[in-house]
Design a protein. Structure first.
Length: 571
């Protein structure tokens, strides 16, 4: 075979490979189907789209997590909650209008591949659902089998079926068109969706300004995509009542958001974008605080139970961090309750034998340190502005294997180098009133790489140039300090946080079981509410035992805040 012939064969093979690569790229691009939001009429406050809803539903139904959660105390408490009861009430009203209950069998029958749900009213749960599904599957569903009992309407040249329950003013409408099943709880939503599906040029959800703003610059949709109109959602009384984070004031700063969830066997990754009301907010992506936070994140020990790095904290925030985590963790006023007090219907008894040593003729003692004690520490933090603060917490079992101890370290990256003598003096001055009037236990003993108080108070400190490490555990301090020489490229961020669920779960359950333990344990107590920490949250931890860790990184470019959340799974 001649060299020329061989060259032509090689070139031909390369050409075939190139064409195959182009076709594969074309197929990958084509797989990104247009969003079904193009069918939804304007006015939705929330839109959720799944790339393959039936696949996700099937995976959930056969997962061990579902079975364990349904049997858990967490599910038991949720099933008695006000939110659950409101949802059940709406479900019952829907069942009357539709002629059958919207249970999991109902959902499974109507679950197609690409699917979108647009929610228009949170309180009334008015929605439009669109899914790509085989006509045969849809028409064999219980919903379609009883369509002869319903009224018929027409929109966009398509017939749809309609029913209304006059007592609760609940509507149900459904139809099949062009390979899509549509289900709505308002006649006008169904009519509008059908008209847009067949090519109407009427404005859709995608044409609204908040939607355009949220999706600007956002990449390929994940396996699940959630788009929120925060301008409408946040003022809603239902959102204020049921939003468990209770950070309504913070949420008011945002106009819209979009979250994409990408699923793989070993990792769930969520990419969030929040759009601020203020389009001219300052860009923090390249400031000194973000850079310092990224650098400080490299100091986190590999086996840390939980950690959080914050960029550019205020002096007051740093003082509060040191106080609440290390210097005076058990003092201070009780956090204000965000719930109304419960009425206690008792016989009028206001005390008991266990309260005989409680003074009622003097006001409660002020347990927080005097202002003078914290003056030196406040001045120290004000003189050297902190660019980033890291908090690391881990737990371990005591030698007896019974008790669980929580270890904490606070790391402050200053704008300049810390004065070691001033640091030790300010910390000793702060704890002195709580330890003794004579100052016993507030002298520093020099160790290898750090200093430690010579009393019973477990406090150690180490100055590493611009970085100050304060901890109640010398071992944890040493692990953090050993990472100081990390030279990997740091990613700037305004917040980096994580939780090691795999290592902390058993210790959490042991600790909370001891805290929640009550007299008479083992006795049968009918209708007893599960203890919040050890049973309610503890059972949720057990359900999610295969989630080994969670990590979140936040970037702030001013008008937009980007968050990446990664949930790591074990096999």
């Amino acid at each position: 075979m001649s060299t020329a012939t061989l060259r032509r064969i090689v070139l031909f093979c390369l050409g075939i490979v190139s064409i195959a690569a182009l076709l594969d790229a074309y197929r990958s691009g084509a797989a990104e189907e247009a969003s079904l939001a193009r069918v939804a009429p304007p006015g939705a406050v929330l839109y959720l789209e799944a790339r393959n809803f039936s696949g996700l539903l099937e995976e959930w139904n056969r997962s061990q997590e579902k079975g364990e959660w349904v049997r858990s105390a967490n599910h038991e408490v949720f099933s008695k909650s006000r939110l659950f009861l409101r949802l059940k009430e709406a479900s019952d009203q829907f069942a009357v209008a539709a002629g059958l209950p919207p249970d999991m069998n109902f959902v499974a029958q109507l679950a197609g591949e690409q699917s979108g749900l647009a929610l228009y009213d949170i309180g009334k749960l008015q929605f439009l659902y669109v899914t790509r599904i085989e006509a045969g599957k849809a028409e064999q569903s219980a919903l379609f089998l009883q369509r002869s009992k319903l009224e018929t309407r027409s929109a966009g040249g398509v017939t749809f079926y309609y029913s209304k329950n006059a007592e609760h003013e609940r509507e149900v409408a459904f139809a099949m068109s062009g390979g899509y099943l549509l289900l709505a709880t308002r006649e006008d939503l169904m009519a509008g969706a059908l008209e847009r599906l067949v090519g109407s040029k009427e404005p859709s959800l995608e044409s609204e300004a908040w939607w355009t703003s949220a999706l600007q610059g956002v990449g390929r949709a994940g396996d699940l995509r959630l788009v929120l109109n925060l301008e409408k959602i946040v003022p809603s009384p239902y959102f204020r009542s049921y939003w468990i984070q209770k950070n309504i004031t913070d949420m008011k700063a945002y106009r819209a958001s979009v979250s994409d969830l990408y699923l793989s066997p070993r990792e769930y990754r969520e990419e969030r974008v929040l759009v601020r009301m203020d389009e001219h907010a300052g860009d923090r992506s390249a400031d000194a605080g973000s850079a310092a936070a990224g650098q400080l994140a490299q100091w986190i020990p590999a086996d840390a139970g939980s950690y959080q790095v914050v960029a550019s904290p205020s002096a007051d925030a740093c003082l509060d961090l040191l106080e609440s985590k290390l210097l005076a963790p058990h003092t201070g006023p009780e956090a204000a309750s965000q719930f109304a007090p419960q009425v206690q219907l008792t016989s009028g008894v206001t005390g008991g034998a266990g309260a005989l040593d409680t003074r009622i003729d003097h006001p409660p003692a002020e347990v927080r340190p005097e202002t003078a004690a914290s003056a030196a520490l406040q001045a120290l933090l004000a003189q050297n502005p902190v660019q980033a603060a890291l908090t690391v917490e881990s737990t371990d079992f005591e030698k007896d294997g019974v008790f669980v101890r929580i270890h904490t370290a606070v790391v402050l990256a200053g704008s300049a180098e810390w004065n070691e003598a001033a640091v030790e003096s300010a910390l000793a001055e702060y704890v002195r009133p709580m330890l003794s009037a004579s100052g016993l236990g507030t002298a520093w003993q020099k160790k290898a790489g750090y200093a430690e108080l010579d009393g019973l108070s477990p406090l150690a400190a180490s100055v590493r140039g611009k970085v100050l490490i304060v901890s109640d555990d010398p071992r944890l301090l040493g692990e953090i300090a050993s990472n100081a020489k990390q030279t990997a490229k740091a990613e700037p961020a305004v917040l980096i946080a994580g939780f090691n669920h795999a290592s902390e779960r058993s210790r959490y359950l042991r600790l909370t079981a001891a805290l929640d333990k009550q007299a008479g344990k083992g006795e049968a107590v009918p209708d007893r509410t599960p203890s919040f920490f050890s049973e309610n949250l503890g059972s949720l931890s057990t359900v999610l035992s295969r989630v080994s860790s969670e990590r979140i990184v936040v970037h702030d470019s001013g008008a937009r805040v980007r968050q990446t959340v990664i949930y790591a799974w074990t096999e």
